[in-house]
Design a protein around this ligand. Structure first.
Ligand code: DGJ
Length: 462
């Protein structure tokens, strides 16, 4: 009797647990269905294409790449002395300015694209990740580490980024490769493809060596948001010295999206060091600063004051001990998503996607969002590093992942890798912190050699 009773207990428990798991799984599937496939549901605007629409499926097509290592080169004793090791991985080839396969990562001007080129029509309005992108005047776009603002007033997009059209050098032997600050470049567009140069909207300081913007310092990752209460455009950026020891954020302000911006100050947010950073404006107009802190070990997040000119004395430490940088934040159906990179200087590394029900956390790590290319492409974020995510016009759950392919030998020639990002489908693994199914979907960034917006190239986006 006693034996029997003991045998029954685990079976009953097992039944109960499987019923609960089954129930939770069904709820999860229903939620995913509601999130991704219910287009005629009132929550989703009928003009938006759903993720299973053929045009969107084209963006989700998995495109393979095959890069072959070049045959070993004969090297002179002098070359061996100068650089004893020859590259033996694809990433080392990518970082080697004399690599025989450099053209695969940094194709030359002949393959550049943009509105000034007669692209034989079919190439018009297509994005070519990694190729030189020209503005309306035929010059390579200078907006690295950038961000995009959509301005309701002018119904235009503005792309702000580091204007790096100067010489790359190291201020000392062990220093990071750098270009003197020139300023923040701004480009405007109606269709996200045709970009007009609006000039340098925040310029370097040439003479005053004590100024944050003195050319010998560092200005990276500028991002602009609009404050409807003050009617001002507010720019936040990473401000540093050449050795990256100042580790601060800078703030500038303007009456117009095309500047000029007035530089206000730099500061250590919440009293902490701050390196790679971004800002995010939520639907309720609350804005947040997200920054790599504690020597890049921990990400910090906190709300800005109502005028967006400062941080409030509220901050949460997230991704503790994970060593992440290059944060980009976006939101879809009340879930916040973040994509971050690892910390390897200008060298590429693996991206990770994260999600949270509340922007202040807790944040869960979903995994590497990169799809397609090949293993090396995916483990290097397609040889690039994220900088911003902007909504993909016309696609429900569709975004553009904007990344920089840094050219460490010549930073001004760094390339833009813009790719479709789709939020949809089940995640790869359950949430880390607790038992249960996540209420968010998979984040996927699809590699394409070339692609165009589903809304059709060249159309003005309203
Ligand atoms: C990686 C960062 O994401 C870049 O913005 C830049 O700071 C480089 N490191 C410098 O090495």
């Amino acid at each position: 009797m006693l034996k029997n009773k003991q045998n029954k207990k685990p079976t009953t428990l097992l039944c109960l647990v499987s019923t609960l798991v089954g129930f939770a799984f069904t709820i999860h599937l229903i939620m995913l269905y509601r999130r991704n496939y219910t287009v005629d549901n009132l929550e989703v605007s009928p003009e938006l294409l759903p993720t299973h629409h053929p045009v969107v499926c084209e963006l989700e097509r998995v495109e393979e790449e095959n890069i072959r290592m070049p045959p070993p080169r004969k090297r002179s004793p002098r070359a061996i002395k100068r650089k004893p090791k020859r590259p033996n991985t694809i990433v080392e080839e990518f970082l080697d300015e004399n690599s025989q396969i450099r053209h695969l990562f940094f194709p030359d001007m002949k393959s550049s694209f943009g509105p000034s080129k007669d692209g034989g029509n079919d190439t018009m309005h297509q994005f070519f990740p990694g190729k030189i992108w020209l503005d309306t005047e035929g010059n390579p776009i200078q907006a690295h580490g950038g961000g995009i603002l959509y301005d309701e007033m002018s119904k235009s997009y503005y792309w702000y980024g580091e204007y790096k059209d100067g010489v790359t050098y190291r201020s000392h032997k062990k220093g990071a490769a750098r270009v003197d600050i020139i300023g923040v470049g701004c480009y405007s567009s109606k269709d996200l493809w045709t970009w007009k140069n609006e000039g340098v909207v925040l310029a370097a300081e040439e003479t005053d060596e004590t100024h944050d913007l003195h050319k010998s310092n560092v200005l990276e990752r500028p991002k602009v948001i609009y404050n409807s209460a003050t009617d001002k455009y507010v720019m936040w950026m990473h401000i540093d010295d050449a050795n990256y020891t100042k580790a601060s954020v800078g703030v500038a302000i303007s009456d117009n999206p095309t500047g000029p911006f007035d530089y206000l100050y730099s500061k250590s947010p919440h009293g902490f060091d701050s390196r790679d950073m971004t800002i995010f404006k939520d639907d309720d107009n609350t804005a947040y600063l997200i920054y790599s802190s504690e020597e890049n070990r921990v990400m910090h997040i906190g709300p800005l004051t109502e005028d967006y000119l400062n941080v409030k004395p509220v901050m949460k430490r997230i991704m503790v001990g994970q060593h992440r940088e290059a944060p980009v934040v976006f939101k879809h159906q009340n879930v916040y998503y973040m994509i971050t990179s690892g910390c390897t200087g200008w060298a590429p590394n693996e991206a990770l996607a994260h999600a949270a029900e509340s922007i202040m956390g807790p944040w869960e790590t979903l995994g590497n969002p990169c799809v397609g290319g090949n293993k090396v492409f995916r483990s290097t974020t397609f040889f690039a590093q994220g900088t911003c995510v902007v909504a993909l016009p016309g696609v429900h759950g569709g975004f553009i992942f904007m990344a920089d392919r840094w050219n460490v030998a010549d930073l001004r020639d760094s390339r833009y890798v813009w790719l479709p990002l789709i939020v949809g489908g089940p995640v790869d693994r359950p949430i880390e912190a607790s038992f249960g199914f996540p209420m968010w979907s998979r984040v996927s960034v699809y590699w394409h050699r070339q692609w165009r917006l589903p809304s059709g190239g060249g159309k003005e986006i309203e």
